[in-house]
Unconditional design. Structure first.
Lengths: 328, 339
């Protein structure tokens, strides 16, 4: 791997942190919802979309990010937010609906917004894509070399917002990288039943911009492709479209019976769990020993626990605070 | 601020002048939309801006409202103050997600940490046989959805001042201009579309209604082009010995409820005129406001003059019958006062 060691270590650390965060959120989400599942009950009410398995998509861009770069993500946003360095304490507090959260308990896990780093996400499919285009316009107006990254799922690639955003970014040669997280399922509908062509990266040709397919859920491959696309955008050479084949290890949302994916598929998917595969590769190539990986796990788990402790120790907002922040 | 001036402009030129003056002093302001550049806006809202500010700041877009309105949101979050034009409000159907789910909610979702200072300009209204997809006002629907200010000027003076206030506002502002109130040479002739406008920049506060005409027998509350029709009606009514007070709301969000209540307390009768649809809209909201705030002062049940709950029809006679007219206002007021 022709990648600086500190970048490999950084990506591994971040993958560990993301996976641990998602596992712990999952535990706490279900803790007081079982045996009878009640979506509105417990410390974390509402829908919960977790990104275990999609870590490579998030961490591969991380070493190429600059302060001020904007990211828009989806209804499944935690991995991207963590990889960009969104304050984990405030993010956890928001997920738990606390007054110390990123949005003071008004947004929840699908509506996480951070000023620094510059992060936003949305519960509506494709909604963040035009926003990334606008962020890139602002960077051009201000004369910075910042770029915008727009994450979306393969299900969003059939939305009008996808095509409008690619056209605008290409037309105006804006510094945007569009990243399709292809986990092959839009809830229950497989990509083969929703999309006329196998690879959304081919759709880049309709807008005259580079389209690159990352066929494996591999942080190193993502690192290389994202590095080139982000450099290109930062140089002023315009947008790119990347599609990354990734895996959603769990259901669409927690509580999803996931009956639409057969057991053979799930077994195969778990066999290629990117955290395990990447850890083994780092060990095999002498970059991180098993002991070093264990130390990383211990450190990252502690960071996650600290965030959860912060959230749980935080007060809920006063009910009347619901009326605040409608207008500035 | 009111400055006596002999300088007269149409509402259309007043809007463009307000944008011009703010762009001249604030480099974060830019305009994008369909035909805002060389055309100057289909209804002239951006007339003369391209020549002064160039294509970098006056940006013609593809017909791609989700894309460019969403881009305005992204630019606003990142320090710009975009003015983005939805050519006809009727076109909201192709881009409403970016407006009400995104632009209007991000400030709230962020717990107040992120501001979204977008001005969404859009043309509203009928009366010139453009049929059901180019003639609606729809302000009641925008006002119903939390998180957007909604302003609708009816005079050239207010149009400039409200535009400057909207640009300087840190919130999303939906700025609706009525095609029939702009004073366009190719639109239905309207002498009330031209009025005094000071040359310098000034603000008209968003959320304050204006007493367009003082009166004592009945309060007529309205907005947009219907203000002109209500003023025409008030002149006719005066010759019949009825003194009508006309309240121009100027904005629906925020709504100046105090102005409505105060006027009803004075006149004891209320007629609400709305070019928007009859049901679930502005007329119901204003009447509720009067009932909640001035119930004991009302001498008669309030009356509404609105567009019936039908798509705006094309044929001239059908449309003229459907939209509020000064004749309908005169009839409603006469019946209310004599009854």
């Amino acid at each position: 791997m022709d990648i600086p060691k500190e970048h490999l270590v950084d990506m591994y650390e971040t993958m560990v942190k993301i996976r641990r965060f998602e596992e712990r959120i999952r535990e706490m989400y279900f803790a007081d919802k079982l045996p009878a599942f009640d979506i509105a009950a417990g410390l974390i009410p509402g829908e919960m979309h977790l990104a275990a398995g999609q870590e490579p998509v998030a961490v591969g861009m991380r070493p190429h990010l600059q302060p001020g770069d904007a990211i828009t993500a989806t209804h499944r946003p935690h991995h991207i937010a963590i990889a960009q360095g969104v304050d984990l304490n405030k993010m956890a507090a928001e997920i738990f609906g606390r007054d110390t959260g990123l949005g003071r308990g008004k947004g929840g896990h699908m509506h996480l917004f951070s000023v620094e780093p510059n992060f936003g996400c949305s519960g509506i499919i494709g909604e963040g894509m035009p926003v990334a285009v606008g962020a890139a316009m602002a960077f051009r107006f201000k004369g910075t070399d910042n770029i915008a990254l727009s994450y979306f799922g393969e299900g969003a690639a059939n939305q009008g917002a996808f095509h409008e955003s690619l056209n605008l970014a290409a037309l105006w040669k804006l510094p945007v990288v569009f990243i399709c997280e292809d986990n092959a399922y839009a809830i229950s509908v497989p990509k083969t039943a929703s999309t006329a062509i196998p690879d959304n990266s081919d759709r880049a040709s309709a807008y005259g911009i580079p389209g690159v397919l990352v066929p494996e859920n591999d942080p190193v491959a993502v690192y290389e492709v994202m590095g080139a696309a982000m450099d290109r955008a930062r140089r002023g050479d315009g947008p790119s479209l990347i599609e990354i084949k990734t895996d959603r290890l769990w259901g669409h949302f927690e509580g999803d019976a996931d009956a639409y994916r057969d057991e053979a598929f799930k077994e195969e998917m778990n066999q290629r769990d990117p955290l395990i595969v990447f850890g083994k590769r780092l060990a095999d190539e002498g970059i991180l020993s098993a002991e070093e990986q264990a130390a990383i796990q211990e450190a990252q788990y502690a960071i996650v626990e600290e965030a959860l402790d912060f959230a749980l120790a935080s007060p809920y907002p006063e009910p009347e605070a619901a009326l605040e922040h409608v207008f500035a | 601020m009111t400055t006596a001036t002999d300088r007269k402009l149409t509402m259309q030129k007043a809007i463009a002048e307000g944008i011009f003056q703010e762009m001249d002093v604030d480099p974060s302001v830019f305009v994008m939309g369909e035909d805002v550049g060389v055309y100057g806006g289909i209804f002239g809202s951006t007339e003369g801006l391209l020549a002064k500010f160039g294509p970098e700041r006056i940006i013609d877009t593809p017909i791609s409202e989700t894309g460019f309105i969403g881009a305005a949101v992204g630019a606003a979050i990142n320090g710009m103050r975009p003015i983005v034009e939805l050519m006809f409000v009727d076109f909201f159907g192709v881009c409403m997600d970016q407006i009400y789910n995104n632009m209007a909610k991000i400030h709230y979702f962020s717990g107040g940490n992120i501001k979204v200072p977008v001005v969404l300009t859009t043309a509203v209204g009928g009366g010139y046989s453009d049929a059901g997809q180019h003639s609606q006002t729809l302000w009641g629907m925008f006002a119903h959805l939390p998180g957007m200010k909604v302003v609708v000027p009816s005079s050239a003076y207010d149009a400039k001042g409200l535009m400057i206030s909207a640009i300087r506002d840190d919130n999303p502002v939906v700025y609706m201009f009525h095609k029939g109130a702009l004073g366009l040479g190719w639109m239905v002739n309207n002498p009330r579309a031209t009025g005094p406008v000071p040359a310098e920049a000034y603000e008209v506060p968003i959320g304050e209604a204006r007493i367009a005409r003082e009166g004592s027998d009945v309060t007529v509350v309205t907005i947009g082009l219907s203000v002109h029709k209500a003023l025409d009606a008030a002149e006719t009514l005066e010759s019949q010995g009825i003194s009508a007070e006309v309240i121009d709301l100027r904005s629906l969000v925020p709504l100046d409820r105090e102005a409505v209540v105060a006027s009803v307390q004075k006149t004891h009768r209320l007629v609400v005129v709305d070019e928007d649809y009859h049901s679930f809209g502005m007329t119901g909201e204003i009447i509720s406001t009067a009932v909640e705030g001035a119930f004991d002062h009302l001498d008669a049940p309030p009356v509404r003059v609105a567009t019936p709950d039908i798509p705006i029809p094309y044929s001239h006679g059908l449309e003229e019958w459907a939209l509020p007219s000064s004749e309908r206002i005169v009839a409603a007021v006469s019946e209310l006062v004599s009854g």
